[in-house]
Design a protein around this ligand. Structure first.
Ligand SMILES: C[S@@+](CC[C@H](N)C(=O)[O-])C[C@H]1O[C@@H](n2cnc3c(N)ncnc32)[C@H](O)[C@@H]1O
Length: 223
């Protein structure tokens, strides 16, 4: 299997009810959850995942953070079907039906809760997609996040134009070989894009195997 997966339905056997499995999810969901528990503790709200892949993150996080309403989305219909199956399998009442959505479009077609989303999550997407997806993600997040909401990115990032580990440099090369429009994004690019859309990089959390979580918030909360 490639180091990165763009279509989980082409890797491994799905369960009989169509639930796809991501080995990366098995490795990363617990450390990600520990950060989300801190960011999203207390108070009700809605969380949207962009580029959900198999849909396992929403199923796991909805169980761990039951005070929130969760919805997954992805442009790939096989991924949306898998997310539907995971939601059904979980039997949790706080998961809304997943939707097909392409972050690079100007209207994601996702119903927006009255007070906006408390969080938008996007894990391992913007380096395996053209930059227009990051642009669409930030524009959309600025449109539909609540004023105290957070945009949470997870993945590898470079800093000051330099990779943070040799493995990330090799991964970046393999991404760019696959598609020259892909590649590990630099935190300075993220900060510039955030500023264009009225967002601010509030926090960068070091995660296992040279990944990071970036937490972005609407700019009026800048301190
Ligand atoms: C490497 S997978 C990551 C899946 C999941 N977030 C995870 O961490 O396991 C990248 C995902 O991004 C999705 N994706 C690709 N282009 C996208 C776009 N324009 N808008 C939203 N998601 C996109 C793919 O369909 C795929 O599910």
């Amino acid at each position: 299997m490639a180091d990165f997966v763009v279509d989980f339905s082409k890797h491994g056997d799905p369960s009989s009810d169509g639930r796809l499995n991501s080995p990366a999810f098995q490795r990363n969901h617990q450390p990600i959850l520990e950060v989300l528990e801190r960011l999203l503790s207390g108070g009700a709200g809605d969380v949207l995942e962009i580029g959900c892949g198999t849909g396992q993150h929403v199923a796991a996080f909805a169980e761990a953070l039951p005070h929130l309403i969760w919805r997954a989305s992805d442009p790939n219909s096989a991924h949306v079907a898998s997310a539907e199956s995971w939601a059904r399998y979980s039997k949790l009442a706080n998961i809304l039906p997943p939707l097909q959505a392409d972050a690079s479009t100007s209207d994601w077609g996702i119903p927006i809760p009255g007070d906006g989303f408390r969080a938008i999550l996007c894990f391992n997407v913007i380096h395996i997609a053209p930059w227009s997806v990051a642009e669409g993600l930030f524009a959309g997040a600025a449109r539909i996040l609540s004023p105290d909401g957070v945009l949470v990115l997870y993945g590898p990032f470079s800093e000051g134009g330099a990779h943070t580990a040799p493995s990330n440099a090799a991964f970046d090369q393999s991404l760019r070989r696959e598609d020259p429009a892909w590649g590990i994004r630099d935190i300075s690019e993220i900060e510039n894009l955030a500023k264009e859309h009225g967002l601010f990089l509030n926090e960068a959390v070091q995660m296992p195997v040279n990944n990071q979580i970036l937490v972005l918030t609407p700019i009026q909360r800048e301190q």
